[in-house]
Design a protein around this ligand. Sequence first.
Ligand code: PMP
Length: 371
Amino acid sequence: MPDKFTFARRLDRIEMSGIRKIFELAQGVKDAVDFSLGQPHFDTPAEVKAAAIQAIQNGFNRYTVTQGIPALREKIRSELARKWGFRDGDVMVTAGVAGGLFLATAALVDKGDEVIVPDPYFVLYRQLVNFFLGVPVLLDTYPDFRIRPEKLEALITPRTKLILFNNPVNPTGTAYTAAEVAAIAAVARKHGVLLASDEIYEAFSYDFPHESMLRHDPGALLMGGFGKTYAIPGWRLGFAAGPREIIEKMNLLQQFSFVCAPSPAQAAGVAALSLDMKPYIDEYRRKRDFVYEGLRDRYEVVKPQGAFYIFPKCPSGDDQTFVRRAIENKVLIVPGGACSQHQTHFRLSFAASDPDLARGVEILNRLALDS
Ligand code: PMP
């Protein structure tokens, strides 16, 4: 390294993900059941694979327009219009929801801007706000992991730029009802604050139909994804829908960063949107029931209603100690502190095979008994 070498100061504001640390701990453990991953365990549907392969073979490998191919944007737009009455805003295709979140934060958050982030949160939110010199203001949702509108309202100040809403929630599995989404939208509207709503787990809603923020706040910025629903997280495909002015700036930034979402993935996205994923979701509802029923006697745990995570309280000690013990006993889970200011819970992803879930639940129950 040259003598005068230094990293950009903004990097000091980013911490290594607690999930990565667990990966490293788990390296030496053989035959472990892996409940640490935030991705579906099923294979990509054949139709989606075929569409991507065909796109590649047809030579659809060049850059696309920044905002995404018209066929995909149109299909997303008509779905949003049909489901949530989306009319006036614009739609762009992003390089995953992470890509969309990066562009949105870059476009919106200035130094010192406050961004309300419900806690527990998806790790990226807090890091991105910090990276762009904003101030994450955590909204504590323990112990039932639901946002109370009055608590949200109490955190709003003249510096509040954005509320980062997630529904269903990673890592708690909370899914918000229509009444709850409406109440949150009402708080944002009353104070004139922009809502960004990450609905990547929209399809994974087990107890009632998913309710989008778009229906209650037509000015919200929606982030939607393909990676979880169609088991293509590595293809980097997502979308953003919302006010034209915001999408325009996000496109400007995409032009100089991601350039466009991968072209074969965009072509496959058109095919994916015609698929009925209900059988997959039914399977995940069954897994949710199995894990919840299996743990509830020995763990303090809230029943998840969406996504594919459950977030129980550690039976003893802090989350790092318990997760280390679990890993030694061949169960890979994520310490709650990786996605929260509290170090009391752990995240288990039930996107796993039935035999793995059975084995993992048995081991976790043994650990709770020994605690
Ligand atoms: N939002 C949430 C809530 C997530 O859990 C994830 C993935 N773990 C993402 C966004 C990122 O999704 P993508 O792979 O589409 O970037």
